[in-house]
Design a protein around this ligand. Structure first.
Ligand code: K1U
Ligand code: ZN
Length: 171
């Protein structure tokens, strides 16, 4: 297991569309182990493989935020099979957009099917923070960031500040 660097916007890697995982091999499980360790170290409640530069449809989450007990969830090739019409607003953050948060509206409940850590098919009904995070992470698999849900004025302001911060960090 290793903590890996998280790619930050506006790096074009984050715009890539991730590919489905053909088979859950030991290499895929090793990547998921690194993702979980990186997520907890950040700290965050979710991470998509593309944030580590791996364009595969893999998401890890732990929305319980229990410091005593870690309870990671693994979503390989996730697909939303149903979404509620009613929306919830959540102030989202992203480890690839450090220091910024913004309100985003998304369906408040979803059903999502996926393959788990052991290669088994699963389907769950999610609401609350889990529903928000699954949708946020699945956006990453399509090359979409939460700032892409904002107006172009707000998004461009955030991107300009991220570029300035990364130039200052390189000095
Ligand atoms: O970068 C990511 O995709 C992870 C992101 C997940 C997320 C959070 C909130 C709404 C939608 C998606 C994060 O984990 S941001 C950091 C965060 O939420 C957090 C950090 C420390 C403690 C608790 C939460
Ligand atoms: Zn994110």
């Amino acid at each position: 297991m290793a903590i890996r660097p998280i790619i930050t916007a506006p790096n074009s890697t984050l715009k890539q569309v991730s590919k489905p995982v053909a088979e859950v091999t030991d290499d895929v499980r090793a990547l998921m182990d690194d993702m979980v360790e990186t997520m907890y170290a950040a700290p965050g409640v979710g991470l998509a493989a593309i944030q580590l530069g791996e364009p595969l449809q893999i998401v890890v989450l732990d929305v319980a935020r229990d410091e005593e007990e870690q309870n990671p969830q693994y979503f390989i090739n996730p697909e939303i099979t149903w979404a509620s019409e009613d929306l919830s607003t959540y102030e989202e953050g992203c480890l690839s957009v450090p220091e910024f948060t913004a309100d985003v509206d998304r369906p408040s409940e979803i059903k999502v099917k996926y393959v788990d850590y052991d290669g088994q098919n699963q389907e769950i009904h999610a609401d609350g923070l889990l529903a928000t995070c699954v949708q946020h992470e699945m956006d990453h698999l399509k090359g979409i960031l939460f700032i892409d849900h904002l107006s172009s004025v707000k998004r461009n302001m955030i991107v300009r500040k991220l570029i300035k911060a990364s130039k200052q960090a390189a000095e």
